[in-house]
Ligand binder design. Sequence first.
Ligand code: PTJ
Length: 258
Amino acid sequence: MRVEIPRTHPRYQSLMIREKLVKGFEEGLVVPQGLIAHGRGECFDYLIGEKTIEPALKAMRAAAAALLLAKHPVLSVNGNVAALVPEEVVKLAKASNARIEVNLFYRTEERVRKIAETLKLHGADEVLGVEDATATIPELFSERRKVSPRGIYVADVVLVALEDGDRTEALRRMGKTVIAIDLNPLSRTSLAASITIVDNVVRALPKLAEFVEAMKGEPRSHLEEILRGYSNAKTISEVLDFIDRRLRELSERINEKI
Ligand code: PTJ
């Protein structure tokens, strides 16, 4: 069922994001499990205040440095990402000279094709992983193991969003730098990635593209220094501290009202 959502609704933005996912589901881009995954994400978004927080900005700066230093950066796209931010994926790919590859947990060739078409409609010149997913990520048994020999297989930096932990761990074992966008700071992906951006993909991707554009002219030595100085464990612990502080403050405020 569809209803018109008034712009004045206090949860307008959040409801519009849901509508995009439902439309993506109806068009065959998103799997039903993707709707459940989004609900999990929404819960964590509440905890961080539905805003891009300082530790996420720090991770984005490191992620932008990693993308700019990479020889073969690849942006991995699944159903939810294609439904929510197709244009932003293409913008980030262009800004960082990255390839785009469709990689699905619940892989069907029809869905892969639909997602690639959507990305092309939003300006992608080439989308890998469609008919060329002939290489295999070792020690990975899900459908996500099927990758392009020109894309994720040879990439040195891979950006993933709403990912499962197994592939992140497998990509790390292959020696790749993994940038993850995940609202759950405690997910296996978040803990296994090289750089974790704890933010909603709808805010994170455009912001990351801005970082890449702004840092493009910086010398390699400076970008390398940013990466050397970055600790993912520290950033995740800062996210947890942020949530802890925020919940304590909210609890005090609610208590004062009683
Ligand atoms: O399209 P497919 O076949 O590749 O399947 C995609 C899903 C998302 C169904 C699949 O990857 C999956 O099951 O993911 P998980 O294991 O549920 O993990 C999703 C993670 O993304 C969770 O940690 C969520 O908190 C997080 N998440 C959900 N929505 C968002 C998000 N992170 C950032 N932005 C969001 N909008």
